[in-house]
Write a protein that binds this ligand. Structure first.
Ligand code: ATP
Length: 435
């Protein structure tokens, strides 16, 4: 009998990680039943407010005997009950079990949980219709992710190898030899990626919270991911590690849309024209984008750091393709920019003072006339338009790795440009051609 297990919402900013519970369970259940593939780390809608970090849920599938089934379920519920951070108000674990094949309705529910907002009630209704068993701890919001992770069609995927810490080290500084990470990265990049930030000179594989994760190594090549793990020198004892297959870095969340269609929780790719000069509030950079159907505020928030400099180079009239999450920011619907591609840039014109027609000297502005600094010649102020080269290239600009959404595909990976460039043939305001 095939059994699918889904788990979500076990952690809080104070500790724990659903992948840790998932990895422990995968190891234990693998002694009682035959694992069918690796455990799956499924990232769902990155724009929902309840997430702790990356809205991740965990699923795994086994071929189990009828006798083992109850024992497996008891074990899952016991571990989730014991290890979840139930003291935290926002931790509302959910567990789902499904026997047999995954029905189409669950696949659709998963894609809805990736792209829209779903209620706990909807999850319960789907579970009942498809005959899945769901278990709620506290509010039990986790049943949404638990079910969605079981049904997620992993057509595109990457890997993440998660390395876990001994409980006595949780909450302390993570001890990993930095030079070994740079060395491993030089060998494996881009087959593994996000190991380091070469511009900042920092290591990215180690998270910062109180959770049990010591490091995460992401990649598209399973062998290189494992080898990179072997090359990294950990300076504290590793409890255990687990390779996950995941929808991270697939751009699965991005859907081509027209601006009129955008609503909160969407992750969309739109094509439009910059309406007016950008403005800044706090350290955030904003501009407005319109297509034939509507207008939306676009934001590059402070954590996107140097990415904002590229946004500041956009001019009114520029046509771009923009990808990001839609959220209300200060009461205004806002596209939170992840990547953009300049399709057509307007010429940038600077107005310069002419040289003195008499002596070739430099002219100075004096109200509405110009006066030569050298010979004193005066003439009406008539400035000369000069076209200056635009500082944006025809390439995709993306936020730095630590500001990137887990689902967003880095440009360095094959297909990293596809989600945006698929809109290249689309004329502004017209329907995107289905891919
Ligand atoms: P981590 O990444 O560290 O595991 P997290 O960011 O995944 O943490 P969770 O604690 O899992 O955060 O919280 C996310 C919650 O949102 C879960 O309860 C999940 O069921 C729920 N959820 C997931 N997708 C949706 C959705 N599309 N609509 C509404 N709720 C959702």
């Amino acid at each position: 009998m095939r059994i699918h297990i889904g788990i979500d919402d076990t952690d809080s900013p104070e500790g724990m990680c659903t992948t840790y519970i998932g990895a422990l369970l995968y190891r234990e259940i693998s002694r009682m039943a035959e694992p069918l593939g690796l455990p799956r780390l499924i990232r769902l809608n990155p724009n929902v407010p309840y997430k702790t970090r990356g809205n991740g849920a965990v699923a795994m599938t086994f071929e189990a005997s009828e006798d083992a089934l109850q024992e497996i379920k008891d074990l899952v519920l016991k571990k989730v009950g014991e290890l979840s951070d139930l003291s935290h108000e926002n931790t509302n674990p959910g567990v789902a079990f499904l026997r047999g094949d995954v029905p189409g309705e669950l696949r659709e529910f998963s894609l809805k949980a990736l792209r829209e907002h779903v209620s706990i009630g909807e999850a319960e209704e789907v579970a009942e219709r498809i005959g899945a068993e769901v278990f709620r701890f506290k509010l039990g919001r986790g049943i949404i992710g638990a079910l969605a992770s079981i049904g997620y069609p992993l057509r595109r995927f990457t890997y993440e190898l998660l390395v876990y810490r001994k409980p006595e080290n949780w909450g302390t500084r993570r001890r990993v030899n930095m030079e070994s990470v740079f060395r491993a990265d030089r060998w494996s990049y881009p087959f593994t990626y996000d190991n380091v930030d070469p511009h900042e000179g920092t290591v990215l594989i180690t998270p910062h919270g109180k959770d049990p994760v010591l490091a995460g190594i992401r990649g598209i090549d399973r062998g290189r991911v494992l080898r990179t793990f072997e090359m990294v020198e950990f300076e504290e004892e590793v409890a255990f590690h687990q390779l996950y297959v995941t929808n991270q870095n697939t751009d699965d969340h991005l859907t081509p849309k027209k601006i009129r269609e955008l609503k909160p929780y969407d992750s969309a790719v739109v094509r439009g024209r910059v309406v007016a000069p950008y403005w800044e509030r706090g350290r955030h950079v904003f501009f407005e984008l319109e297509d034939g159907t509507g207008r939306i505020r676009v934001a590059a928030f402070e954590p996107t750091k140097k990415f904002r400099n590229h946004v500041r180079k956009l001019l009114p009239g520029d046509e771009i393709i923009a990808a990001g999450g839609v959220k209300e920011h200060l009461g205004v619907l806002t596209l939170n920019l992840e990547k953009f591609y300049p399709v057509r840039l307007v010429p940038e014109v600077r107005y310069e003072k002419p040289k003195c027609p008499k002596c070739g000297g430099t002219m100075k502005s004096k109200g509405d006339y110009l006066k030569c600094k050298r010979c004193g010649y005066k003439m009406p102020k008539k400035l000369i338009p000069v076209e200056v080269p635009r500082k944006l290239e025809r390439k995709i600009y993306e936020v730095p790795p630590d500001a990137r959404k887990h689902l967003s595909r880095p440009l360095v990976l094959p297909g990293g440009e596809d989600a945006l460039l698929s809109l290249l043939d689309v004329e502004e305001g017209k329907d995107p051609t289905p891919s």
